[in-house]
Design a binder for this molecule. Structure first.
Ligand code: ADE
Length: 418
């Protein structure tokens, strides 16, 4: 089982579980007592989550897995009877994962486009049985607000499925473009790396560790800006056997301390950024070997070998980000601030970047909102299950799951026409 340092909360989990745990806010309002005991109520995570009274520990209730739960009040998130699976037309599959599918969907009334992640309940329930860590990490998060993070607009459920309605990133996965082009010129890689770094620094400022940075999780919006997505309700690789299998399967972007199941902290994300930057510049993951076991070994113990062909600044940054000792990794002391000072990023004006005032180096060509040229036909050719829009009752498995974001109109207009 992977051990984490106590301040580590993965972004993927928090984003993914936020809707799920709305169930625990609405009527029962839980947080794991274990978590509370481990972190203490003054832990930064609670400060973040409760920055303006969003979460208020209340009375205790038992939850599955033997953990005692505390109650939270959350006036901001409300059960929505107005949004349901039947309100959308499900147009195409644009992604798949172990959790289920991501579909391009159009809201029937507003004509707005969203990416809807559809998750089979039984998958979640199975994982819940497997991993008590999930139960221990029942934490809630208000919608994160950063230009380079995918936002959640609504969630609802049917008897068998959970639906997460997200910003639609019509530029598709960065990975798809990278695969097609082989590698990116340095200025393009720098732009994406800077936007990713900015999003990661924001998460870190909230004491959230993203942990799963890899090209598949990096999307592009219609203008060509980065949007990090969670890509998975609950990542494999945290609990039990699945941890080891998953890590053996895709070690490319995982820091040595994660692979070795040692404690890790936010610096895993700077390793992940280094891994993605390496792939953008060289077209292959760092420490690559076609033999997985070999690659695993390389990550843990082989020195980083960087071929010529990229600038000295880029190579220096890669060496510093892909430092095996996390305490010596760039970002270990002052996080994003250290990266900002690196010569590779000297041309980046960070405030302009976050304001999206830097023209992206590549603007996805789109003939219209339903143009799926930026998505892998491997996904888009998959059939759309006709039952997706059917509301056959919610069942009681995830009571209170459904909600709308606080400011639906504002949030929705963000996605319109993309
Ligand atoms: N694939 C996974 N999430 C996505 C999203 N939000 N937009 C487009 N494609 C995605």
């Amino acid at each position: 089982m992977v051990k984490k340092v106590k301040s580590s909360v993965t972004y993927a989990k928090m984003r993914g579980i936020v809707s799920y745990f709305t169930a625990l806010i609405k009527e029962k309002k839980f947080v794991s007592n274990d978590l509370m005991q481990k972190f203490g109520s003054s832990h930064p995570i609670y400060r973040h989550l409760d920055s303006d009274g969003f979460l208020r520990p209340d009375d205790g209730l038992p939850v599955e897995g033997g953990a005692t739960a505390l109650c939270f009040s959350n006036p901001a998130i409300q059960e929505s009877s107005r949004v349901s699976a039947a309100d959308f037309d499900y147009l195409k599959v644009i992604g798949t994962g172990s959790f289920g599918k991501v579909l391009l969907a159009r809201h029937r009334e507003t004509d707005e486009y969203y990416a809807v992640k559809v998750i089979q309940k039984h998958t979640i329930l199975k994982r819940k049985e497997e991993g008590h860590i999930m139960c221990e990490r029942r934490v809630l998060l208000r919608t994160l607000n950063h230009p380079f993070l995918v936002r959640l607009h609504f969630s609802f459920q049917t008897r068998d499925r959970l639906y997460l309605v997200l910003d639609y990133a019509s530029g598709g996965e960065l990975f798809y473009h990278l695969q097609r082009e082989g590698s990116f010129v340095e200025s393009r890689a720098r732009f994406y790396a800077a936007e990713m770094a900015s999003a990661l620094g924001y998460l870190h400022s909230l004491n959230i560790v993203y942990r799963d940075l890899k090209p598949e999780n990096v999307l592009l919006d219609s203008a060509g800006h980065v949007l990090l997505t969670d890509f998975g309700l609950c990542k494999e690789g945290v609990v039990g056997d699945a941890t080891i299998r998953t890590f053996c399967g895709t070690p490319e972007y995982l820091a040595p301390e994660v692979l070795q199941q040692r404690e890790y902290d936010r610096t895993v994300d700077w390793w992940g950024l280094g891994a993605v930057l390496h792939e953008m510049l060289y077209g292959l993951p760092a420490f690559f070997s076609p033999d997985r076991a070999e690659m695993f070994k390389n990550i843990m113990s082989q020195p980083l070998v960087l071929r010529p062909g990229v600038s000295a600044a880029a190579r220096d940054l890669l060496k510093r980000l892909l430092h095996k000792d996390r305490t010596k990794r760039l970002g270990a002391k002052h996080d994003l601030a250290e990266l900002k000072c690196h010569s590779f990023f000297s041309s980046i004006q960070w405030e302009e970047l976050v304001a999206k005032r830097i023209l992206p180096p590549f603007i996805p060509s789109l003939s219209g909102p339903t143009d799926l040229a930026n998505f892998d036909p491997e996904f888009t050719q998959l059939p759309v299950p006709p039952s997706l829009g059917m509301c056959e009752g919610t069942g009681m498995t995830f009571p209170g799951f459904s909600y709308m974001s606080e400011n639906v109109d504002t949030a929705s207009s963000h996605a319109k026409g993309h």
